[in-house]
Design a protein around this ligand. Structure first.
Ligand code: IMP
Ligand code: MG
Length: 179
């Protein structure tokens, strides 16, 4: 499938599942080496990271825990720097090695706010792993330790990422046409 239509927009094939999963494999290898003795807790950010988290965690072969959170924006604000609230985290992260598993870092606001909040619970250390990074879209400096693929700033869907709620189930990544 070279193009897909989702609602009013056309998207064209950009990254195949094969390409994505090869890059994920390389991240897993690094994590296996770097965190072997650290008993890390992986915190996967729903909804977007569900496919990345699944493929990554199948390849991580060190002792670890895996948990899932959601990040919500407080309603009633209009800025992109909206306050975000992390919810669903049941584990005590104090003194733990944490790895955040995120689908994409775009402006970087979500990740920097998440880090700011998690640090308050006094983990030993936090590493950030993102499947995708749009380096030219970054608006705030953000800590990025494990990046699977760097991509241009175009809007994309698939492999967990959505356009208005749709397209998350596509096994490849598509980018918006004519942008
Ligand atoms: P931020 O701008 O770095 O805060 O990115 C926040 C969130 O926007 C990401 O976690 C994604 O859920 C979403 N996002 C950013 N870029 C895209 C895209 O190209 N397609 C779909 N969702 C995106
Ligand atoms: Mg996300």
């Amino acid at each position: 499938m070279k193009t897909v239509k989702i609602k009013d927009k056309e998207f064209e094939l950009f990254l195949t599942q094969d390409t994505i999963e090869k890059a994920i494999g390389e991240i897993a290898e690094k994590l296996n080496k770097d965190l072997a003795d650290k008993d890390p807790l992986f915190i996967c950010v729903l909804n977007g990271s569900f496919m990345y988290a699944s493929e990554l965690m199948k390849r991580v072969n060190i002792p670890c825990e895996v948990s899932f959170v959601k990040v919500s924006s407080y309603k009633g604000t209009t800025s992109t720097e909206k306050l975000k609230e992390i919810y669903g985290l049941e584990e005590d992260i104090k003194g733990r090695t944490i790895v955040i598993v995120e689908d994409i870092v775009d402006t970087g606001y979500t990740m920097s706010l998440m880090l700011e909040q998690l640090v308050c619970d006094e983990p030993k250390e936090i590493f950030v792993s993102t499947m995708l990074l749009k380096p030219k879209a970054l608006k705030v400096p953000v800590q990025l330790d494990y990046v699977a693929l760097k991509i241009p700033s175009d809007f994309i869907v698939g492999y967990g990422l959505d356009y208005d709620g749709y397209g998350r189930n596509l096994p490849d990544i598509y980018k918006i046409k004519n942008s």
